[in-house]
Design a protein around this ligand. Sequence first.
Ligand code: SF4
Length: 181
Amino acid sequence: MKILLHICCAPCSIYPLTVLDRQGLSVMGYFYRHNIHPYTECLKRQETLKTYADHMGLRVIYQEGYDMEAFIRKMVFREANRCNVCYHERLVAAARVAKKGKFDCFTTTLLYSKFQNHNMIAATGEAAGKDAGVPFHYHDFREGWKEGIAASKRLDMYRQQYCGCIYSEKERFYKPQQRSG
Ligand code: SF4
């Protein structure tokens, strides 16, 4: 069985890859780029994945282009709900690639994160799979959260400090000054 794994970043792919391998699936990766800002950060995450994929003998499809503008246009006035829109964009794209590439199913490393809306990702993946005509392969990869982090540290892998978009970068680093007195 051939599975397409949407990969948000190399560290999050470590544990899902071990599970899918254990399940006897033949995996190809798919790296989506439009939600990772700025472009230099996107390249850094892509390079990290390339190095890891080479190390693992994993083939990866890297999304072409970098349509940050279209991504941001979709988020405007939906900032509070932006992650759901973002899951939808990424999983619809992954489902279409899986269908076109004649994969038996697809899944995502987003199901590994403890910081994402897991149920929303699972529901969005199911719906995207139904629309595209390719099954979504659900697994709760969060069970391997600690194992994946430990492995990424052992490999001295670049580990980003924010989710991906400019909004998440601001949330991570912008600390409004406290008024004293
Ligand atoms: S915080 Fe992460 S999941 Fe949410 S919109 Fe930004 S990149 Fe997407």
